[in-house]
Ligand binder design. Sequence first.
Ligand SMILES: Cc1ncc(COP(=O)(O)OP(=O)(O)O)c(N)n1
Ligand SMILES: Cc1nc(C(=O)O)sc1CCOP(=O)(O)O
Ligand SMILES: [Mg+2]
Length: 217
Amino acid sequence: MKRDNLQLYFIMGTSNVLIQKPLNVLEKALQSGITMFQFREKGPNTLTGQAYENFAQECQKLCQQYNVPFIVNDDVELAVKLGADGVHIGQEDLPVSMVREKIGSMILGVSVHSQAELQTALQYGADYVGIGPIFATSSKKDAKPPSGTKFLQQVRIQYPELPIVAIGGLNCSNAHTVFKAGADGIAVISAICESEDISNTISTLKSFSILDKKIKI
Ligand SMILES: Cc1ncc(COP(=O)(O)OP(=O)(O)O)c(N)n1
Ligand SMILES: Cc1nc(C(=O)O)sc1CCOP(=O)(O)O
Ligand SMILES: [Mg+2]
């Protein structure tokens, strides 16, 4: 996995999309330039059983068409079954060591909030870390209190080459703060799911990254 893949990491499940069809939102986001996708079917009235698996597969197929990595949140068995590109886990999920054993060389993303969690993630070969919530979020009901950018800045100084994605309450008005703090990218749900103009939102969010700045020069 390259650090560039984290530039604009879109996370979505059916409960995040109220008006449009979830697959239409994903396709529009892919057309508009998201660089990574996480299937996160969590929250109220979520799909289960075969419908859950079918929806995951449809998301995966779309990601493959646009050559964007397809990452599964939490569900390691599903990721292995579908041959996903990777898995994202947090501190309440299976231990990092166990997940690495189950997924082999697939991409492994781990949420970290402290030095201890970071060291464990690195010890077992996390490919990237997720740091958040930076700002308040309404998309994760059990989210920790907003952390701001201090920990993110510390981790960047400590590990200049580590792929880091920031998450939690990020939008077109505040995303610049996390790129400035050293994040390679941002992970968002509501900024895209609730956008009235997905294409414009995505180009604005990406414009804060150094990758887009390099292209413009
Ligand atoms: C990119 C990214 N970062 C953090 C998270 C949060 O993971 P986790 O703490 O396991 O919470 P859930 O998403 O499982 O509710 C994430 N999913 N993605
Ligand atoms: C899935 C998730 N994880 C978080 C964390 O802090 O670990 S915050 C979050 C929700 C992000 O959604 P939005 O972009 O709508 O704030
Ligand atoms: Mg999790």
